[in-house]
Design a binder for this molecule. Structure first.
Ligand code: UD1
Length: 429
Protein backbone atom coordinates (compact mmCIF):
# COMPACT_ATOMS: atom_id res chain seq x y z
CA UNK A 1 0.00 0.00 0.00
CA UNK A 2 1.25 3.49 -0.89
CA UNK A 3 2.33 5.89 1.81
CA UNK A 4 2.90 9.62 1.81
CA UNK A 5 6.08 10.96 3.36
CA UNK A 6 6.15 14.56 4.47
CA UNK A 7 8.97 16.54 6.01
CA UNK A 8 7.32 19.56 7.59
CA UNK A 9 8.46 23.11 8.01
CA UNK A 10 8.33 24.64 4.53
CA UNK A 11 6.05 27.54 3.65
CA UNK A 12 3.80 27.02 0.65
CA UNK A 13 4.41 29.43 -2.22
CA UNK A 14 3.08 29.24 -5.76
CA UNK A 15 -0.04 28.19 -7.62
CA UNK A 16 -2.33 25.23 -7.02
CA UNK A 17 -4.83 24.46 -9.79
CA UNK A 18 -8.22 23.48 -8.38
CA UNK A 19 -9.89 20.43 -9.93
CA UNK A 20 -13.54 19.80 -10.72
CA UNK A 21 -15.65 18.91 -7.69
CA UNK A 22 -15.84 15.21 -6.85
CA UNK A 23 -19.18 15.71 -5.11
CA UNK A 24 -20.65 17.30 -8.23
CA UNK A 25 -19.02 14.96 -10.75
CA UNK A 26 -20.54 11.86 -9.11
CA UNK A 27 -24.24 12.89 -9.25
CA UNK A 28 -23.70 14.40 -12.71
CA UNK A 29 -22.32 11.11 -14.01
CA UNK A 30 -25.29 9.31 -12.44
CA UNK A 31 -27.69 11.74 -14.13
CA UNK A 32 -26.59 10.22 -17.45
CA UNK A 33 -28.88 7.28 -16.59
CA UNK A 34 -31.88 9.57 -17.12
CA UNK A 35 -31.48 9.82 -20.88
CA UNK A 36 -30.93 7.69 -23.96
CA UNK A 37 -28.85 10.49 -25.40
CA UNK A 38 -25.25 11.40 -24.76
CA UNK A 39 -24.16 13.44 -21.74
CA UNK A 40 -20.79 15.11 -22.11
CA UNK A 41 -19.15 16.18 -18.87
CA UNK A 42 -16.09 18.42 -18.86
CA UNK A 43 -13.68 19.22 -16.02
CA UNK A 44 -14.19 15.82 -14.39
CA UNK A 45 -11.45 15.17 -11.80
CA UNK A 46 -9.19 12.11 -12.10
CA UNK A 47 -10.05 10.35 -8.87
CA UNK A 48 -10.51 6.81 -7.64
CA UNK A 49 -14.20 7.53 -6.86
CA UNK A 50 -14.81 8.68 -10.43
CA UNK A 51 -13.12 5.56 -11.82
CA UNK A 52 -15.20 3.36 -9.53
CA UNK A 53 -18.42 5.05 -10.61
CA UNK A 54 -17.40 4.48 -14.24
CA UNK A 55 -17.27 0.75 -13.40
CA UNK A 56 -20.62 0.86 -11.64
CA UNK A 57 -22.29 2.65 -14.55
CA UNK A 58 -20.55 0.24 -16.93
CA UNK A 59 -22.24 -2.58 -15.08
CA UNK A 60 -25.62 -1.07 -15.98
CA UNK A 61 -24.56 -0.99 -19.65
CA UNK A 62 -23.46 2.63 -19.82
CA UNK A 63 -20.67 3.36 -22.32
CA UNK A 64 -18.14 5.95 -21.19
CA UNK A 65 -15.32 7.30 -23.29
CA UNK A 66 -12.64 9.50 -21.83
CA UNK A 67 -10.76 12.03 -23.89
CA UNK A 68 -7.07 11.27 -24.30
CA UNK A 69 -4.40 13.74 -23.34
CA UNK A 70 -2.28 15.27 -26.02
CA UNK A 71 1.28 16.54 -25.76
CA UNK A 72 1.27 20.07 -24.47
CA UNK A 73 -2.09 19.76 -22.71
CA UNK A 74 -2.23 21.19 -19.20
CA UNK A 75 -1.52 18.16 -16.97
CA UNK A 76 -3.97 19.53 -14.40
CA UNK A 77 -6.88 20.06 -16.81
CA UNK A 78 -9.90 17.91 -16.01
CA UNK A 79 -10.99 15.05 -18.23
CA UNK A 80 -14.00 15.04 -20.52
CA UNK A 81 -16.33 12.06 -20.26
CA UNK A 82 -18.80 11.15 -23.00
CA UNK A 83 -21.45 9.10 -21.28
CA UNK A 84 -23.91 7.08 -23.29
CA UNK A 85 -26.66 5.31 -21.34
CA UNK A 86 -28.76 4.45 -24.40
CA UNK A 87 -29.13 0.79 -23.45
CA UNK A 88 -29.51 -0.22 -19.81
CA UNK A 89 -28.64 -3.91 -19.67
CA UNK A 90 -28.90 -4.39 -15.93
CA UNK A 91 -30.91 -2.47 -13.31
CA UNK A 92 -29.09 -4.06 -10.37
CA UNK A 93 -26.28 -2.29 -8.52
CA UNK A 94 -24.49 -5.06 -6.62
CA UNK A 95 -23.20 -5.02 -3.06
CA UNK A 96 -19.52 -5.42 -3.93
CA UNK A 97 -19.60 -2.15 -5.90
CA UNK A 98 -22.08 -0.04 -3.87
CA UNK A 99 -20.41 -0.92 -0.58
CA UNK A 100 -17.19 0.64 -1.84
CA UNK A 101 -18.70 4.05 -2.48
CA UNK A 102 -21.82 5.33 -0.85
CA UNK A 103 -22.73 7.80 -3.59
CA UNK A 104 -23.25 4.93 -6.02
CA UNK A 105 -26.53 4.26 -4.17
CA UNK A 106 -27.83 7.35 -5.98
CA UNK A 107 -28.29 5.32 -9.20
CA UNK A 108 -31.57 4.19 -7.60
CA UNK A 109 -33.59 7.33 -8.40
CA UNK A 110 -32.71 7.71 -12.10
CA UNK A 111 -32.97 3.97 -12.87
CA UNK A 112 -36.41 3.87 -11.29
CA UNK A 113 -37.56 7.05 -13.01
CA UNK A 114 -36.45 5.94 -16.47
CA UNK A 115 -36.82 2.14 -16.45
CA UNK A 116 -39.47 1.71 -13.73
CA UNK A 117 -37.43 -0.81 -11.78
CA UNK A 118 -34.16 -0.88 -9.85
CA UNK A 119 -32.44 -3.11 -7.36
CA UNK A 120 -29.64 -1.40 -5.48
CA UNK A 121 -27.62 -2.72 -2.57
CA UNK A 122 -27.86 -0.82 0.70
CA UNK A 123 -24.54 1.01 1.08
CA UNK A 124 -23.69 -0.64 4.38
CA UNK A 125 -21.59 0.70 7.23
CA UNK A 126 -19.41 3.69 6.88
CA UNK A 127 -16.51 5.01 8.90
CA UNK A 128 -18.23 8.32 9.68
CA UNK A 129 -21.42 7.20 11.38
CA UNK A 130 -24.47 5.21 10.43
CA UNK A 131 -25.50 7.29 7.37
CA UNK A 132 -28.92 5.76 6.63
CA UNK A 133 -30.83 6.08 3.33
CA UNK A 134 -34.35 6.50 4.70
CA UNK A 135 -34.81 10.01 3.21
CA UNK A 136 -33.99 8.69 -0.26
CA UNK A 137 -36.54 5.89 0.07
CA UNK A 138 -39.24 8.16 1.54
CA UNK A 139 -38.78 10.62 -1.33
CA UNK A 140 -39.16 7.88 -3.93
CA UNK A 141 -42.19 6.45 -2.10
CA UNK A 142 -43.76 9.92 -2.14
CA UNK A 143 -43.26 9.88 -5.93
CA UNK A 144 -45.27 6.67 -6.08
CA UNK A 145 -42.56 3.98 -5.99
CA UNK A 146 -43.18 0.65 -4.39
CA UNK A 147 -40.09 -0.14 -2.30
CA UNK A 148 -39.08 -3.24 -0.38
CA UNK A 149 -35.89 -4.24 1.33
CA UNK A 150 -34.85 -7.77 0.46
CA UNK A 151 -31.62 -9.44 1.58
CA UNK A 152 -29.69 -6.18 1.86
CA UNK A 153 -31.06 -4.75 -1.37
CA UNK A 154 -33.55 -1.98 -2.04
CA UNK A 155 -35.99 -3.32 -4.61
CA UNK A 156 -37.93 -0.44 -6.15
CA UNK A 157 -40.70 -0.57 -8.73
CA UNK A 158 -42.81 2.00 -10.51
CA UNK A 159 -44.35 0.07 -13.41
CA UNK A 160 -46.49 3.03 -14.47
CA UNK A 161 -43.79 5.63 -13.91
CA UNK A 162 -43.34 8.07 -11.06
CA UNK A 163 -45.85 10.80 -10.23
CA UNK A 164 -45.01 14.33 -9.08
CA UNK A 165 -45.43 14.92 -5.35
CA UNK A 166 -44.56 17.15 -2.41
CA UNK A 167 -41.42 15.90 -0.70
CA UNK A 168 -40.51 17.34 2.69
CA UNK A 169 -37.16 16.29 4.11
CA UNK A 170 -37.00 16.13 7.92
CA UNK A 171 -33.31 17.10 7.80
CA UNK A 172 -31.12 18.52 5.05
CA UNK A 173 -29.52 15.77 2.98
CA UNK A 174 -27.38 16.38 -0.07
CA UNK A 175 -27.74 12.86 -1.45
CA UNK A 176 -31.49 12.62 -0.86
CA UNK A 177 -31.94 15.99 -2.59
CA UNK A 178 -30.01 14.60 -5.60
CA UNK A 179 -32.23 11.50 -5.60
CA UNK A 180 -35.46 13.53 -5.40
CA UNK A 181 -34.31 15.95 -8.08
CA UNK A 182 -33.33 13.26 -10.59
CA UNK A 183 -36.45 11.16 -9.97
CA UNK A 184 -38.86 14.12 -10.08
CA UNK A 185 -37.31 15.33 -13.36
CA UNK A 186 -38.87 12.36 -15.18
CA UNK A 187 -42.03 12.03 -13.04
CA UNK A 188 -45.47 12.85 -14.42
CA UNK A 189 -46.59 16.24 -13.09
CA UNK A 190 -45.15 18.72 -10.64
CA UNK A 191 -43.04 18.14 -7.56
CA UNK A 192 -41.98 20.39 -4.72
CA UNK A 193 -38.90 19.48 -2.69
CA UNK A 194 -38.89 21.22 0.69
CA UNK A 195 -35.97 21.56 3.09
CA UNK A 196 -33.78 20.72 0.10
CA UNK A 197 -29.99 20.87 0.41
CA UNK A 198 -28.65 24.21 -0.90
CA UNK A 199 -25.13 22.95 -1.61
CA UNK A 200 -23.49 24.24 -4.83
CA UNK A 201 -23.29 20.64 -6.05
CA UNK A 202 -27.12 20.45 -5.98
CA UNK A 203 -27.23 23.62 -8.07
CA UNK A 204 -24.68 22.13 -10.50
CA UNK A 205 -26.79 19.00 -10.89
CA UNK A 206 -29.93 21.09 -11.43
CA UNK A 207 -28.11 23.25 -14.02
CA UNK A 208 -27.07 20.15 -15.95
CA UNK A 209 -30.55 18.62 -15.73
CA UNK A 210 -32.00 21.89 -17.07
CA UNK A 211 -29.58 21.68 -20.03
CA UNK A 212 -30.89 18.13 -20.54
CA UNK A 213 -34.42 19.53 -20.79
CA UNK A 214 -35.62 19.25 -17.19
CA UNK A 215 -37.86 21.99 -15.80
CA UNK A 216 -36.43 22.92 -12.43
CA UNK A 217 -36.51 26.18 -10.48
CA UNK A 218 -35.29 27.17 -7.04
CA UNK A 219 -32.17 24.98 -6.83
CA UNK A 220 -29.84 26.63 -4.32
CA UNK A 221 -32.79 27.58 -2.10
CA UNK A 222 -34.61 25.34 0.37
CA UNK A 223 -37.60 24.85 -1.94
CA UNK A 224 -37.12 23.36 -5.38
CA UNK A 225 -39.91 23.10 -7.96
CA UNK A 226 -39.73 20.41 -10.61
CA UNK A 227 -42.13 20.11 -13.50
CA UNK A 228 -41.71 16.55 -14.75
CA UNK A 229 -40.97 15.92 -18.45
CA UNK A 230 -41.37 12.72 -20.49
CA UNK A 231 -37.76 12.50 -21.60
CA UNK A 232 -34.42 14.18 -21.25
CA UNK A 233 -31.90 14.80 -24.00
CA UNK A 234 -28.21 15.20 -24.78
CA UNK A 235 -26.24 17.96 -23.06
CA UNK A 236 -22.75 19.22 -22.35
CA UNK A 237 -21.82 20.48 -18.92
CA UNK A 238 -18.62 21.48 -17.09
CA UNK A 239 -18.27 20.37 -13.46
CA UNK A 240 -17.90 23.28 -11.03
CA UNK A 241 -14.60 23.73 -9.11
CA UNK A 242 -14.11 21.72 -5.94
CA UNK A 243 -14.84 23.94 -2.92
CA UNK A 244 -13.57 21.31 -0.50
CA UNK A 245 -10.25 20.96 -2.30
CA UNK A 246 -10.08 24.77 -2.37
CA UNK A 247 -10.73 25.05 1.36
CA UNK A 248 -8.24 22.28 2.09
CA UNK A 249 -5.34 24.02 0.32
CA UNK A 250 -6.39 27.36 1.80
CA UNK A 251 -6.08 25.79 5.24
CA UNK A 252 -2.77 24.17 4.36
CA UNK A 253 -1.44 27.62 3.37
CA UNK A 254 -2.79 29.21 6.55
CA UNK A 255 -1.08 26.41 8.47
CA UNK A 256 2.39 26.65 6.92
CA UNK A 257 2.39 30.36 6.11
CA UNK A 258 3.26 31.54 2.62
CA UNK A 259 1.40 32.80 -0.42
CA UNK A 260 -0.64 30.55 -2.70
CA UNK A 261 -2.95 31.22 -5.64
CA UNK A 262 -5.75 28.65 -5.81
CA UNK A 263 -6.26 28.88 -9.53
CA UNK A 264 -9.78 28.43 -10.86
CA UNK A 265 -11.32 28.43 -7.36
CA UNK A 266 -14.61 30.27 -6.85
CA UNK A 267 -14.82 32.25 -3.58
CA UNK A 268 -18.64 32.38 -3.68
CA UNK A 269 -18.72 28.60 -3.12
CA UNK A 270 -17.03 28.69 0.29
CA UNK A 271 -17.66 32.05 1.90
CA UNK A 272 -18.18 30.65 5.40
CA UNK A 273 -14.87 28.78 5.35
CA UNK A 274 -12.99 31.78 3.93
CA UNK A 275 -14.50 34.00 6.65
CA UNK A 276 -13.28 31.63 9.32
CA UNK A 277 -9.81 31.59 7.77
CA UNK A 278 -9.70 35.38 7.80
CA UNK A 279 -10.60 35.31 11.49
CA UNK A 280 -7.76 32.84 12.00
CA UNK A 281 -5.34 35.40 10.56
CA UNK A 282 -5.07 34.48 6.87
CA UNK A 283 -5.34 37.11 4.15
CA UNK A 284 -7.76 36.07 1.45
CA UNK A 285 -8.26 37.89 -1.84
CA UNK A 286 -10.54 37.02 -4.70
CA UNK A 287 -8.90 37.71 -8.07
CA UNK A 288 -9.73 36.96 -11.69
CA UNK A 289 -7.47 33.95 -11.52
CA UNK A 290 -8.89 32.44 -8.34
CA UNK A 291 -8.36 32.86 -4.61
CA UNK A 292 -5.07 34.13 -3.18
CA UNK A 293 -4.30 32.97 0.37
CA UNK A 294 -1.48 34.41 2.43
CA UNK A 295 -0.25 34.26 5.96
CA UNK A 296 2.85 36.07 7.07
CA UNK A 297 4.85 35.55 10.26
CA UNK A 298 1.89 36.36 12.54
CA UNK A 299 0.54 33.33 14.35
CA UNK A 300 -2.74 31.47 13.85
CA UNK A 301 -5.66 32.79 15.91
CA UNK A 302 -8.14 30.38 17.51
CA UNK A 303 -11.68 30.40 16.06
CA UNK A 304 -14.73 28.40 17.16
CA UNK A 305 -16.58 26.62 14.38
CA UNK A 306 -19.79 24.61 14.08
CA UNK A 307 -20.45 22.58 10.95
CA UNK A 308 -23.81 23.10 9.23
CA UNK A 309 -25.46 22.46 5.88
CA UNK A 310 -24.57 24.97 3.14
CA UNK A 311 -24.08 27.94 3.39
CA UNK A 312 -22.70 27.03 6.83
CA UNK A 313 -19.21 25.73 7.54
CA UNK A 314 -18.89 22.39 5.67
CA UNK A 315 -18.42 19.16 7.59
CA UNK A 316 -16.03 18.15 4.81
CA UNK A 317 -13.60 20.85 6.00
CA UNK A 318 -13.95 20.15 9.72
CA UNK A 319 -10.94 17.81 10.01
CA UNK A 320 -8.70 20.15 7.99
CA UNK A 321 -9.72 23.11 10.14
CA UNK A 322 -9.00 21.12 13.28
CA UNK A 323 -5.48 20.47 11.98
CA UNK A 324 -5.02 24.23 11.57
CA UNK A 325 -6.32 24.93 15.08
CA UNK A 326 -3.80 22.52 16.63
CA UNK A 327 -1.18 25.27 16.18
CA UNK A 328 -3.40 28.25 17.08
CA UNK A 329 -2.46 30.66 19.85
CA UNK A 330 -5.16 29.53 22.24
CA UNK A 331 -8.16 27.22 22.52
CA UNK A 332 -10.87 26.63 19.96
CA UNK A 333 -14.07 24.57 19.94
CA UNK A 334 -15.09 22.64 16.85
CA UNK A 335 -18.63 21.24 16.86
CA UNK A 336 -19.77 18.62 14.35
CA UNK A 337 -23.53 18.63 13.74
CA UNK A 338 -23.83 16.68 10.46
CA UNK A 339 -22.22 13.32 11.19
CA UNK A 340 -21.79 11.52 14.48
CA UNK A 341 -18.38 9.94 14.95
CA UNK A 342 -16.56 12.21 12.51
CA UNK A 343 -13.63 12.74 14.84
CA UNK A 344 -11.38 9.81 13.94
CA UNK A 345 -8.61 12.23 13.02
CA UNK A 346 -8.38 13.39 16.65
CA UNK A 347 -6.39 10.33 17.75
CA UNK A 348 -4.05 10.62 14.81
CA UNK A 349 -3.49 14.37 15.22
CA UNK A 350 -2.63 13.61 18.86
CA UNK A 351 0.20 11.38 17.60
CA UNK A 352 1.74 14.52 16.08
CA UNK A 353 1.55 16.31 19.43
CA UNK A 354 -1.87 17.98 19.11
CA UNK A 355 -3.87 18.52 22.30
CA UNK A 356 -7.53 17.81 21.66
CA UNK A 357 -10.24 16.43 23.88
CA UNK A 358 -13.79 15.53 22.98
CA UNK A 359 -16.90 16.77 24.77
CA UNK A 360 -19.73 14.96 23.00
CA UNK A 361 -20.04 16.44 19.51
CA UNK A 362 -17.43 19.11 20.25
CA UNK A 363 -13.66 18.88 20.00
CA UNK A 364 -11.79 21.30 22.23
CA UNK A 365 -8.44 22.07 20.65
CA UNK A 366 -5.69 23.56 22.75
CA UNK A 367 -3.18 25.15 20.40
CA UNK A 368 0.42 24.02 20.83
CA UNK A 369 3.67 25.71 19.83
CA UNK A 370 4.99 22.79 17.81
CA UNK A 371 3.88 19.53 16.24
CA UNK A 372 6.35 16.74 15.65
CA UNK A 373 6.28 14.24 12.79
CA UNK A 374 5.13 10.67 13.39
CA UNK A 375 3.64 7.72 11.50
CA UNK A 376 -0.15 8.20 11.22
CA UNK A 377 -3.03 6.34 9.65
CA UNK A 378 -5.61 7.78 7.25
CA UNK A 379 -9.13 6.75 8.30
CA UNK A 380 -11.33 8.51 5.78
CA UNK A 381 -11.02 10.97 2.97
CA UNK A 382 -11.19 14.29 4.82
CA UNK A 383 -9.49 12.98 7.98
CA UNK A 384 -6.51 11.82 5.96
CA UNK A 385 -5.93 15.19 4.36
CA UNK A 386 -6.04 16.80 7.80
CA UNK A 387 -3.03 14.65 8.68
CA UNK A 388 -1.24 15.94 5.60
CA UNK A 389 -1.93 19.54 6.67
CA UNK A 390 -0.62 18.85 10.16
CA UNK A 391 2.40 17.01 8.73
CA UNK A 392 3.30 20.02 6.57
CA UNK A 393 3.71 22.09 9.73
CA UNK A 394 5.23 19.41 11.96
CA UNK A 395 8.93 19.18 12.68
CA UNK A 396 10.54 16.16 11.06
CA UNK A 397 8.99 13.30 9.14
CA UNK A 398 5.33 12.31 9.02
CA UNK A 399 4.43 9.12 7.21
CA UNK A 400 0.72 8.87 6.28
CA UNK A 401 -0.42 5.28 5.75
CA UNK A 402 -3.51 4.06 3.85
CA UNK A 403 -3.42 6.89 1.35
CA UNK A 404 -6.01 5.23 -0.86
CA UNK A 405 -8.44 7.36 1.13
CA UNK A 406 -6.74 10.48 -0.25
CA UNK A 407 -6.83 9.16 -3.81
CA UNK A 408 -10.63 8.94 -3.57
CA UNK A 409 -10.94 12.71 -3.40
CA UNK A 410 -7.71 14.63 -4.03
CA UNK A 411 -6.21 14.70 -7.51
CA UNK A 412 -2.39 14.84 -7.67
CA UNK A 413 -2.15 15.96 -4.04
CA UNK A 414 1.60 15.42 -3.64
CA UNK A 415 2.35 17.11 -6.97
CA UNK A 416 0.18 20.12 -6.21
CA UNK A 417 1.80 20.63 -2.82
CA UNK A 418 5.39 19.92 -3.84
CA UNK A 419 5.09 22.45 -6.70
CA UNK A 420 4.56 25.00 -3.92
CA UNK A 421 7.65 24.01 -2.00
CA UNK A 422 6.33 21.31 0.35
CA UNK A 423 8.58 18.32 0.98
CA UNK A 424 6.07 15.60 0.21
CA UNK A 425 6.37 12.39 -1.79
CA UNK A 426 4.48 9.20 -2.42
CA UNK A 427 6.23 5.98 -1.54
CA UNK A 428 4.78 3.12 -3.54
CA UNK A 429 4.51 -0.17 -1.84
C1 UD1 B 1 -22.69 14.34 0.92
C2 UD1 B 1 -21.25 14.43 0.51
C3 UD1 B 1 -20.33 14.34 1.72
C4 UD1 B 1 -20.72 15.40 2.76
C5 UD1 B 1 -22.21 15.32 3.07
C6 UD1 B 1 -22.69 16.45 3.97
C7 UD1 B 1 -21.13 13.48 -1.72
C8 UD1 B 1 -20.64 12.39 -2.60
N1 UD1 B 1 -20.93 13.34 -0.41
O1 UD1 B 1 -22.88 13.06 1.52
O2 UD1 B 1 -18.99 14.56 1.29
O3 UD1 B 1 -19.99 15.19 3.94
O4 UD1 B 1 -22.99 15.38 1.85
O5 UD1 B 1 -22.40 17.67 3.41
O6 UD1 B 1 -21.66 14.47 -2.19
N2 UD1 B 1 -29.22 11.18 6.49
C9 UD1 B 1 -30.25 10.41 6.99
N3 UD1 B 1 -31.01 9.68 6.10
C10 UD1 B 1 -30.77 9.69 4.77
C11 UD1 B 1 -29.72 10.49 4.27
C12 UD1 B 1 -28.95 11.24 5.16
O7 UD1 B 1 -30.49 10.38 8.20
O8 UD1 B 1 -31.49 9.03 4.02
C13 UD1 B 1 -28.40 11.99 7.43
C14 UD1 B 1 -26.94 11.56 7.45
O9 UD1 B 1 -26.73 10.49 8.32
C15 UD1 B 1 -26.26 12.84 7.91
C16 UD1 B 1 -27.11 13.93 7.27
O10 UD1 B 1 -28.35 13.32 6.95
O11 UD1 B 1 -26.35 12.95 9.31
C17 UD1 B 1 -26.51 14.56 6.03
O12 UD1 B 1 -26.10 13.55 5.13
P1 UD1 B 1 -26.15 13.76 3.55
O13 UD1 B 1 -26.22 15.23 3.27
O14 UD1 B 1 -27.19 12.90 2.99
O15 UD1 B 1 -24.72 13.21 3.13
P2 UD1 B 1 -24.36 12.51 1.75
O16 UD1 B 1 -25.25 13.02 0.68
O17 UD1 B 1 -24.24 11.05 1.95
Amino acid sequence: MDKIRIVGGNELKGTIPISGAKNAALPLMIASLLTEEKLILENVPRLADVALLQRILGNHGVDITTNGKRNGDDPYAGQTLEIDARVIVDTTAPYDLVSRMRASFWVLGPLLARIGVAKVSLPGGCAIGTRPVDFHLDALRALGADIEIDAGYVVAKAPNGLKGARIVFPKVSVGATHTALMAAALARGDSIIENAAREPEVVDLADCLIKMGARISGAGSSTIHVEGVARLKAARHAVLPDRIETGTYAMATAMTGGDVMLAGARPDLLESALDVLRQAGAEIDATNEGIRVRRNGAGILPVDVTTAPYPGFPTDLQAQFMALMTKAKGNSRITETIFENRFMHVQELARLGARIHLEGDTAVVEGVERLTGAPVMATDLRASVSLVIAGLAAEGETMVQRVYHLDRGFEKLEEKLSRCGAQIERISG
